[in-house]
Design a protein around this ligand. Structure first.
Ligand SMILES: Nc1ncnc2c1ncn2[C@@H]1O[C@H](COP(=O)(O)OP(=O)(O)OP(=O)(O)O)[C@@H](O)[C@H]1O
Length: 276
């Protein structure tokens, strides 16, 4: 029998007033697995990420994290789940993932103290984390606004790892970084993966996900339209939309998308009423 998934999203719907952003999305992540979620702008990627970590309330469907149903949780339930530190997230804009009024040290200590660690053990863990993300201890007293973009993202990553989560949601975690910081962050996610943390790696760019993901799920207009092992999705995409994404990912394949496939996609967009 396969192990219990660390994340199971079933038939998830999210509405923002009249926008139906997720339309029955399904996603399963096994312990230690890295799943890439790709889709173009507006396909619902951030909505999916935010729903999984409790920042957006689904209108229907189920989200199970490490066996616990969370879609119906209210504030107190989420706080209790966060206290267990099972799931953490890193979003594209580190200024939005960090409290601007907390110093680096306070930001890193917070999840550990919430989890109930004694202050001295928490402080020790903070130093360990800094070392892992290769940040200098001199930065501990700074506010997020006093750091470079790359440093801020590393603080966000360190914070996400503080409680040794079983699942980390990465929403476009490298797109705001320059090339050197991007490589460093990707190496770091690889280390995390090697340590057995499950990752959901969300991006509009198939190229940056394909290198790290075991499986890829393709989000199109609020639905996962294709999902499978990375190699299969890249080499033999079944959905016209995936073929379009792969055609526009020069790092994976230089072949242009055939005219017939563009036509197929146009037809699909027509029948689905165009992007939400
Ligand atoms: N707070 C909100 N209020 C109203 N509509 C929203 C809100 N957030 C997102 N949407 C809409 O929901 C749909 C999905 O948005 P979402 O941000 O999840 O897409 P995305 O795939 O992450 O896009 P991007 O790659 O541009 O970040 C879009 O049509 C968007 O305009």
């Amino acid at each position: 029998m396969s192990p219990e998934p660390v994340l199971a999203v079933t038939d998830l719907h999210v509405h923002y007033r009249r926008v139906h952003a997720l339309r029955g999305a399904d996603l399963t992540v096994a312990p230690g697995e890295t799943v890439g979620v790709i889709g173009e702008t507006g396909s619902g990627k951030s909505t999916l990420a935010r729903a999984i970590v409790g920042l957006v309330r689904p209108s229907a469907g189920r989200i199970t994290i490490a066996g616990q149903e969370v879609a119906g949780l209210r504030g107190g339930g989420w706080r209790a789940l966060r206290r267990r530190g099972v799931v953490q997230y890193v979003f594209q804009d580190p200024l939005r993932s960090l409290d601007p009024d907390l110093t680096v040290e306070e930001s890193l200590l917070e999840p550990l103290l919430i989890q109930g660690r004694p202050r001295r053990a928490a402080a020790e863990r903070v130093r360990e984390l800094l070392e892992r993300v290769r940040l200098d201890e001199d930065l501990l007293g700074r506010l997020p606004g006093e750091l470079s973009g790359g440093q801020r993202q590393r603080v966000t990553i360190a914070r996400a790892l503080a409680t040794e989560p079983r699942l980390v949601i990465l929403d476009e975690p490298v797109s705001a970084l320059d090339a050197a910081n991007r490589v460093r962050a990707l190496e770091f996610f690889q280390e995390l993966r090697d340590a057995g943390t499950a990752l959901v790696f969300i991006s509009h760019d198939l190229g940056s996900v394909a290198g790290v993901a075991d499986r890829i799920a393709v989000l199109f207009q609020g639905e996962i339209v294709e999902e499978g092992p990375t190699r299969e999705v890249v080499n033999a995409p079944r959905h016209a939309y995936t073929r379009l994404l792969i055609g526009s990912a020069p790092t994976l394949r230089s072949a242009r998308v055939a005219r017939a496939e563009r036509e197929e996609l146009r037809e699909l967009l027509r029948t689905n009423g165009g992007p939400a």
